[in-house]
Write a protein that binds this ligand. Sequence first.
Ligand SMILES: [Zn+2]
Length: 126
Amino acid sequence: MSLKYCQGSKCHTYHTKDRLKGMKGSKTYQTRRRSDFYYGNGNFCSMNCYNDWFRKFGDQAINHFGRTTEAKHLTEQNAWIKDYDYNWRAEGNERSNYRFVNKITKEQRPLTEEQYDDSNYTLNER
Ligand SMILES: [Zn+2]
């Protein structure tokens, strides 16, 4: 299992026991390193570090990937969301638990598990 560093720009400045590392006599507070983190798609050890990063780089990131400059409108054409039943159990037939639901028309269409997991698969017009 490979370890990765928290991407928080100030992670090493927070004084916690687990950040204090090194040889006795020359210990320093260091950026946290783990196999995975819970925040920001697994990139940050805490909400603090996530927010530090966003405060420093958020505007640049938004400008880079495209700032929203006008209201988006939910219409029949872009109202499809993926959904599933938390309590669903297969009962003999091949009915899939996964489906598209149109938030405007309430129409439902079946989905395979692969389509559900594929974040690029959508019925929405782009
Ligand atoms: Zn951190």
